[in-house]
Design a binder for this molecule. Structure first.
Ligand SMILES: Nc1ncnc2c1ncn2[C@@H]1O[C@H](COP(=O)(O)OP(=O)(O)OP(=O)(O)O)[C@@H](O)[C@H]1O
Ligand code: NI
Length: 312
């Protein structure tokens, strides 16, 4: 089947906690175009993982998810568990953030990799085994026989993260969503994962969503970048524009505090409760009275969109 864009409308994710309602994703409407690598950036807790995981309905039952997510003509929010399970891996591959929670501790690496191939493709067990070996090699593993027979606890965190990358792409999905695929890896292994993502983009699919804290990589690898803050998208655009010429005060701070020396770093969170319409108000160094009570929609700017009163 030819892949389509991923079209999300009015997506919200909330949790009822003992401290009250927590809104992890706040009414996000966004299209992730096919044949485009979109990066999602934003500080910890901004809703990146919740957004990425909602697309494949991977969130736990305590998450209250509303809104729509259309892909290949179907609203993922309306599919049965069996239907969405079929889409995972075969149509949309997911590379999760945390190997400890995502690999099965009682199955060998070979079982886990081969099983995901046999579930989603029609190849024989022998062919699956060969494919697994070749992917392990491509992802920088050396003693393939030993790795195949190992259990996740016998491998390092970095090795398990690479196994998750393989599971995410081995069935040649049309779309790939990767949630911090390099988390916890040292520079050398990060390079291997990045090289493999570049290979995936070149050889398999360039329809990708990459959630990352690595702004340098995002700028180099992604075609477009989406910036999230407190569950909302605050800026999106071509990656070169977002990285080199950020427009939202939050993006300016985020990039200024990491890769671009000389830009104004971001203000720390303010202890005062933020009651203004703009969620960034208390930290913003460009705020004005308009930001307090006018609803702030995403506005078109050259090469992208931004949610900020300064661009009215
Ligand atoms: N199970 C949960 N119960 C309550 N709140 C939750 C739950 N899961 C996530 N949240 C809240 O939702 C918000 C967004 O979480 P999310 O994991 O999407 O952030 P993130 O941008 O991926 O952060 P990170 O970069 O650290 O991975 C967080 O503020 C978090 O506190
Ligand atoms: Ni996350």
């Amino acid at each position: 089947m030819k892949t389509s864009n991923i079209d999300i409308t009015n997506l919200s994710v909330t949790f009822d906690t003992k401290y009250g309602k927590v809104q992890g994703v706040d009414d996000v409407s966004i299209t992730f175009p096919k044949d485009v690598v979109t990066g999602i950036i934003g500080e910890t807790g901004s809703g990146k993982s919740l957004l990425g995981m909602s697309i494949l309905r991977l969130l736990s039952n305590e998450a209250i998810v509303t809104g729509q997510c259309f892909y290949n003509g179907q609203d993922h929010m309306k599919l049965s568990k069996a239907q969405i399970k079929k889409i995972r891996g075969s149509q949309i591959g997911f590379i999760p953030q945390n190997p400890d929670l995502s690999l099965n501790p009682i199955l060998t690496i070979q079982r886990q990799l081969i099983e995901s191939l046999l579930t989603h493709t029609n190849i024989s067990k022998q062919e699956a085994k060969e494919k697994v070996r070749s992917y392990l090699k491509q992802f920088g593993f050396k003693d393939i026989d030993k790795i195949m027979k190992s259990y996740p606890f016998q491998l390092s965190g970095g090795m398990n993260q690479r196994i998750l990358c393989i599971i995410g792409i081995i069935c040649n999905p049309d779309f790939v969503i990767a949630d911090e695929p390099t988390k916890g890896l040292d520079a050398k292994l990060r390079k291997i994962v990045y090289e493999n993502l570049i290979k995936v983009k070149k050889n398999y699919t360039s329809s990708m969503i990459i959630i990352t804290h690595d702004l340098y990589f995002a700028g180099k690898f992604c075609d477009e970048i989406v910036v999230m803050y407190k569950g909302q998208v605050v800026e999106m655009g071509y990656s070169k524009d977002v990285i080199n010429n950020p427009r939202h005060p939050y993006t300016k701070g985020l990039i200024g505090s990491t890769i671009r020396k000389g830009m104004v770093p971001i203000n720390p969170p303010d202890s005062k409760e933020n009651t203004s319409k703009c969620k960034f108000y208390t930290r913003c160094n460009q705020r004005n009275t308009k930001c307090i009570d006018s609803t702030i929609e995403m506005k078109r700017i050259p090469g992208g969109k931004v949610r900020c009163c300064a661009y009215d």
